[in-house]
Design a protein around this ligand. Structure first.
Ligand SMILES: *Cc1c(COP(=O)(O)O)cnc(C)c1O
Length: 387
């Protein structure tokens, strides 16, 4: 194993750039003596809601809990079905299973890696209660079509925004066969991911675009009733302390993470635009390379990951060759959710999903990557591919 020169992600340059701001914010929390929820968390919730343009933002323990509490607040439970993408981190389907509902997986599109809106309606049954799109790798899902289908069939929409803080829906639905309701499309065009459906669920896991220095998550909604229920669910189902109304969770954002996130929120636009620059530069350096497909540079994409497809069964070999050159390329995700051991034998094959899980390779991605580093990665990647 050679020395790692360019890891998949390096969080240190970002920390060094904001070190003074972070330490000041942490010291203020330490001196305040209030560590769970409280004014620091409220201040961050207010800032996040204002940034996103949504009425309510509710801090919770993790992105997984944001999905779980979000589903509970929508009233999804045993006997219900939730339509989602198989091509995601397991927390997506796990949250659905954890509330007692059944994840129903719909195949993805090869150009967006996201749920294929043309296939959703065929998966709807009398038990379907909600659709959970994931904005994978930071690329907004086909929300106009999804919102239209949801309205037609009276379904709720809960967006998994764990990889897409700052992502904007720009109406990119190239190739989709659905005719779109102009009213719905116009209403959501230009909105941030997580503010379009009934609920948005964000993760502040350190590696995400907006990452804390520990676990954290956020629920967003414009619905007062959903917000009130979610606020109760995060504190053991109580509105007033010791008057518990329902079975909830201990799932609160802590003040230290909120203070860190408050600092980082000030920089998120800069970081996301640097990510877009990294993605555009990768795509230029990799243009017209045989055996590889670069991702669509759709507008509003915030590139949590820059993920290429390596064709011809060469993905694993390519990953190893890069590793030998000290480049940390990663596979997100090697096993799609529907094929995980926990669901073994329960779901039929989905062809695009299966194929992409064999082809995807995510290249090093963080805002401070330099042109020199990108050239190093792409030069080695080209050499690894048989020309
Ligand atoms: C990270 C992630 C989650 C879970 O977030 P945690 O904060 O780690 O619980 C959910 N969905 C997706 C798509 C993710 O990438």
């Amino acid at each position: 194993m050679s020395q790692i020169k360019i890891p998949i992600l390096d969080l240190k340059p970002q920390y060094l750039a904001i070190k003074d701001e972070i330490q000041l914010a942490i010291n203020q929390v330490l001196e305040s003596g209030q560590f769970i929820l409280g004014p620091t968390v409220q201040a961050f919730e207010t800032s996040a809601a204002a940034y996103l343009g949504v009425k309510h933002a509710i801090g919770v323990n993790s992105g997984t809990d944001a999905l779980l509490i979000g589903l509970r607040a929508l009233g999804v439970g045993p006997g219900d079905e939730v339509i989602t993408t198989p091509f995601s981190f397991f927390a997506t389907a796990e949250s659905i299973s954890m509330v007692g509902a059944k994840p129903v997986f719909v195949d993805i599109r090869p150009d967006t890696f996201n749920i294929d809106p043309d296939l959703i309606e065929a998966a709807i049954t009398s038990k379907t209660r909600a659709i959970m799109p994931v904005h994978l790798y930071g690329n907004p899902a086909a929300m106009a079509q999804i919102m239209q289908i949801a309205a037609k069939h009276d379904l709720k929409v809960i967006e998994d925004c764990a990889q897409a803080f700052g992502g904007i829906y720009k109406g990119d639905c190239s190739g989709c066969e659905q005719s779109c309701d102009d009213g719905i499309r116009d209403r959501i065009l230009g909105k941030y991911t997580g503010t379009i459906g009934d609920i948005g669920a964000f993760s502040f896991f350190p590696t995400k675009n907006l990452g804390a220095y520990g676990d954290g998550g956020l629920i967003t909604t414009n619905d007062d009733h959903i917000a009130e229920t979610a606020r109760m669910l995060r504190v053991h189902g109580a509105k007033e302390r010791y008057k518990n109304l329902m079975l909830g969770y201990n799932s609160r954002l802590d003040a230290m993470q909120a203070a860190i996130l408050q600092v980082k929120l000030r920089h998120i636009d800069t970081w996301n635009s640097k990510r877009r620059w990294v993605a555009q530069t990768y795509s230029q350096l990799l243009a017209a390379v045989d055996g590889l497909i670069t991702p669509t540079l759709s507008e509003g994409h915030v590139f949590h990951q820059y993920t290429v497809r390596i064709l011809g069964g060469k993905r694993d070999l390519t990953k190893q060759t890069l590793a030998d050159a000290g480049i940390g390329a990663m596979i997100y995700y090697p096993i799609p959710q529907d094929k995980l051991p926990v669901y073994l034998g329960q779901y039929p094959d989905l062809s695009v999903n299966n194929q992409l899980s064999q082809e995807v390779l995510s290249l090093p991605m963080w805002p401070e990557l330099s042109l020199e580093q990108l050239k190093y990665v792409t030069t080695h990647l080209k050499q690894a591919l048989p020309q």
